[in-house]
Design a protein around this ligand. Structure first.
Ligand code: PLP
Length: 385
């Protein structure tokens, strides 16, 4: 099958693999071994990667905390900020379309005394800034709103959100896992205090990511969630995943160099896919079409049964608006948040294009999807067009 699920994960760029290989075999040292050249070589690799990662987001390398991925970074941000600042206030604001790693970390700290407001989104997936303003209180310590959504690609008004948070003395955290490496993200221009992101969404290896933690204006601190040897400025203990971090660094460098061209190419392919598939009657693009990532298209095909659609599209690796939780098919909570019916959520497909997606693959996807939708509608008693 052709791979069009680049929001779930990306294949690793061969140039990333090449950078990593020496760190498995020759330069295998522990980056914390300060008394011999094996340790120094590993540390050098990590230092260089830290610069590459920091540069992509306009940060200082001292502000990068390496983690095992964005899930861990999200947990560290939410639990770590709550623990550090709970004497100042216990209120946190997030929204209903966040990734589970944010929502479930919020659920966790609620049990520890946090009060969390879950903002609804509008039918295009964007939050209402006035609602955010209204939700902030003197007890609000953190506003946590994602950069780009993983299901619909919608990009939230990050600068405006951070300005609102800061005006009221709250910190601003964003899960930028889907945005970093795809669109320009600058922690200073965007007013970001904490930000999570992950290598495997940007052609790097799985199992490595980072939390950006601001060090100036203001100096932000998080309570460690992993205690031990005091690595990563005490915020995340554990021997560093040196090859993974080196690969993450290389992936960031490549994104920085190629992002502008790549996003132009991918948005053109995405537009082609969308305009072809919306020639099908009763097909709807989900999410705001202006403020969104360049490589994602999420389309609902009314009167098409979701499971059948996935089955009919088995030559394509895509994602559907149905999440398989414990054998039952649950409609996507993100699409439900936009106000879609269960049926329309089930009948949606996420196409995630990527660096290695070709125009031929997109043409194939268009043809296969049209065929599947038409076929399933012919079988459907509800379809009488
Ligand atoms: N946040 C978002 C928005 C994501 O899309 C993902 C990926 O599934 C994650 C967090 C989790 O990232 P990781 O797989 O690195 O833990």
């Amino acid at each position: 099958p052709i791979y069009l699920d680049n929001n779930a994960t990306t294949p690793m760029d061969p140039r990333v693999l090449e950078a990593m290989i020496p760190y498995f075999t020759q330069k295998f040292g522990n980056a914390a071994s300060r008394n011999h050249p094996f340790g120094w070589a590993a540390e050098e690799g990590v230092d260089y990667a830290r610069e590459q990662v920091a540069k992509l987001i306009g940060a200082n390398e001292k502000e990068i905390i390496f983690t095992s991925g964005a899930t861990e970074a999200n947990n560290l941000a939410l639990k770590g900020v709550f623990e550090m600042y709970k004497d100042k206030g216990n209120h946190i604001i997030t929204c209903t379309t966040e990734h589970k790693a944010v929502l479930d970390a919020c659920k966790h700290i609620e049990k520890l005394g946090a009060e969390v407001t879950y903002l609804q989104v509008k039918s295009d997936g964007l939050i209402d800034l006035q609602e955010l303003e209204n939700a902030i209180t003197d007890k609000t310590i953190l506003v946590a709103i994602m950069y780009g959504n993983n299901e619909i690609g919608v990009i939230q008004p990050i600068k405006e959100i951070s300005a609102i948070a800061h005006k009221r003395g709250a910190l601003f955290f964003t899960d930028a896992t889907q945005a970093v490496g795809k669109i320009p993200v600058d922690v200073n221009a965007d007013g970001i205090d904490l930000m999570s992101f992950s290598a495997h969404k940007m052609y790097g290896p799985k199992g490595v990511g980072a939390l950006y933690v601001r060090r100036k204006n203001p100096r932000v601190k998080v309570t460690a969630q992993m205690d031990g040897g005091g690595h990563e400025r005490g915020m995340r203990s554990g021997t560093l995943n040196v090859p993974g971090i080196v690969g993450f660094g290389k992936a960031c460098e490549l994104c920085q160099l190629e992002m502008a061209e790549e996003s132009k190419r991918l948005s053109a392919l995405r537009d082609k896919l969308e305009s072809s598939l919306t020639t099908l009657e009763e097909s709807y693009v989900n999410g705001n079409r202006e403020y969104r990532l360049p490589h994602v298209a999420n389309i609902s095909f009314k009167y098409v049964e979701g499971e059948g659609l996935m089955m009919a599209m088995k030559d394509m690796a895509v994602s559907s608006g149905s999440a398989c939780t414990s054998a039952s098919l649950e409609p996507s909570y993100v699409l439900k948040s936009l106000g879609l019916s269960d049926d329309l959520a089930h009948s949606s497909i996420r196409f995630g294009l990527g660096r290695f997606t070709t125009e031929e693959e997109v043409d194939f996807a268009i043809e296969q999807t049209k065929k599947a939708v038409n076929h399933l509608r012919d079988l459907s008693p509800l379809w009488e067009m």
